[in-house]
Write a protein that binds this ligand. Structure first.
Ligand SMILES: [Zn+2]
Ligand SMILES: [Zn+2]
Ligand SMILES: [Zn+2]
Length: 148
C-alpha cells in the first residue's frame, strides 16, 4: 500500500490529529467490514473513556466528508453502518428479499470515472456502488413474488 496513511490525509486536509480522531480511525481500521455507530462508540469507549459521544459522531462526519469512510444503509435499517474506503471505492450487491449484502472488489469502473472527470471537470476521489437484486438462496426458495 503506497497510499498516504489516513491520518496523513486528515492532517493534509488541515485537521489536527486529536485523540478522538486518531482513536475513531484506528477502531474502524482494525475492524473488518462494516461497523454500526453503536459498535464504534463501544470500541472507542473501551480504548479511551474520555472521548465523548459527540466527538465520535463529529469525527464520523468528518471522515465521511473526506471520503475516508462512507455510511451505508443496508438491511432496511434506519441507521448507517460505516465502512472504510480502502482504495476509494466499495461495492455491494444487496438482496432485496433477505437483505444479505455481498461485497465484491473489482468494479471495472475506471474508464467511466475518467470519462466523468473529463465531462464534468471534476477530480473523483471514490465511489460507493450498490446493485440490488434477488440472491441465489432466495430465488431457489421461491420467495420472489413477481405479481406485486
Ligand atoms: Zn436473499
Ligand atoms: Zn460493504
Ligand atoms: Zn469501484
Amino acid at each position: 500500500m503506497n497510499n498516504p496513511s489516513r491520518l496523513d490525509r486528515l492532517r493534509d486536509a488541515g485537521y489536527k490529529l486529536t485523540n478522538a480522531r486518531t482513536v475513531v480511525l484506528n477502531v474502524i481500521e482494525t475492524h473488518e467490514g462494516h461497523m454500526t455507530s453503536a459498535e464504534i462508540l463501544d470500541a472507542v469507549a473501551s480504548r479511551d473513556s474520555s472521548i465523548g459521544r459527540a466527538s465520535v459522531f463529529r469525527t464520523l462526519d468528518l471522515l465521511t466528508r473526506l471520503a475516508i469512510i462512507r455510511p451505508t444503509y443496508t438491511a432496511g435499517s434506519a441507521t448507517p453502518t460505516y465502512v472504510l474506503m480502502p482504495d476509494g471505492h466499495h461495492h455491494h450487491i444487496v438482496c432485496v428479499q433477505c437483505h444479505q449484502t455481498i461485497e465484491f472488489e473489482d468494479c471495472g469502473l475506471g474508464s467511466l470515472a475518467e470519462r466523468l472527470e473529463g465531462e464534468f471537470g471534476v477530480k473523483l476521489t471514490g465511489h460507493l456502488l450498490e446493485f440490488y437484486g434477488i440472491c441465489g438462496a432466495c430465488s431457489e426458495a421461491g420467495v420472489v413474488d413477481d405479481e406485486v
